[in-house]
Ligand binder design. Structure first.
Ligand code: ATP
Ligand code: NI
Length: 295
């Protein structure tokens, strides 16, 4: 699957990230809620790293922490390095949109009141393109995503889902990011669109970028990822090459990752229904959800 050998040193390294939130209950008592307890991963140029875990595991928080986008009531500990150098919050915010781009899931990230052209040109200006060249650069950016130049005149509500995603990609790539973080890019899409979206992420990595694919759809992730980082309830359980997800899963070191693999439909739901029913309800629900089974 991989055509570009990943470079040896990580572009991004997250070590022992923890995120907690300060909340106040009705009696205005303050309490800390730990959302991420201990998550670590690294991503190199030329590879797709999939961050997989059930809903609420803390995947998006890791992405937001890397971009310096955590809300003000969040407290963060741990280390984030970019090209081997520690990056504090201010440095991460500077990287956002330049070295690192977030590829959002929802088309609601587009401004409904402005044309696609205005929004792509704005992204070009923010990326440092001189005003006189933004028209040309915007045109090239949408064409590079396989869109017809006429889309520049449209408003977001006139785009199909697939076109909208391409526009978001054109905007995300405007700053020529070395790392693209795609947060849940596929839920709700028809199978062929899922394949196309995932393939575009693979293409970005093959062109030399690093891609962090955040998803709870492990089956799709395995078709394009080089490595998979499995998280559960705010903790990294295992980091495994995609080739370890094979056979009976015995190459995987953590029982949770093995159960995820065995619960995939193509593995014949090797996780017996009885065991799923015996499991604590949230665990069983998470496994079914990650195996993408309607229940
Ligand atoms: N601003 C916040 N204040 C308090 N708790 C929060 C906040 N943002 C997120 N959380 C909690 O942190 C946990 C992890 O959230 P996160 O969005 O990272 O999960 P996720 O793995 O991305 O899940 P999903 O697959 O549903 O997107 C959740 O339990 C969530 O409720
Ligand atoms: Ni999320």
């Amino acid at each position: 699957m991989t055509t570009t050998a990943p470079s040896t040193s990580p572009l991004l390294e997250v070590s022992h990230l923890a995120v907690s939130f300060t909340q106040y209950d009705r009696g205005l008592r303050r309490r800390e809620v730990q959302a991420v307890a201990d998550m670590s991963l690294d991503v190199r140029a030329g590879e797709v790293v999939a961050l997989v875990g059930a809903s609420g595991a803390g995947k998006s928080l890791l992405g937001h922490a890397v971009l310096g986008l955590l809300p003000p009531n969040a407290t963060e500990t741990g280390r984030v390095t970019w090209q081997g150098t520690d990056v504090d919050l201010a440095a991460r915010r500077r990287l956002a949109g330049h070295g690192i781009a977030l590829l959002p899931q929802a088309l609601s990230h587009l401004d409904p009141t402005a044309t696609v052209g205005a929004q792509v040109r704005r992204a070009a200006r923010l990326a440092g393109v001189p005003r006189a060249r933004t028209r040309q650069v915007a045109l090239e950016a949408v064409v590079a995503q396989g869109l017809d130049p006429s889309v520049l005149r449209l408003h977001p509500h006139q785009l199909s889902g697939g076109m909208g995603r391409r526009v978001l990609t054109a905007i995300a790539l405007m700053g020529d990011p070395a790392l693209v973080i795609a947060d849940e890019p596929t839920p709700g899409l028809a199978l062929e669109s899922v394949t196309a979206v995932l393939q575009r992420l693979r293409d970005l990595a093959d062109a030399g970028r690093a891609v962090l694919l955040i998803t709870h759809e492990i089956a799709g992730a395995l078709t394009v990822a080089d490595r998979v980082v499995v998280v559960e309830r705010g903790r990294t359980l295992e980091e495994a090459p995609v080739g370890a997800f094979t056979g009976d899963g015995s190459a995987l070191s953590h029982p949770y990752s093995r159960a995820l693999w065995q619960a995939l439909p193509q593995n014949g739901f090797a996780l017996p229904a009885a065991r799923l029913l015996d499991a604590p309800v949230p665990a069983a629900a998470a496994l079914l959800e990650m195996a993408d089974v309607a229940c």
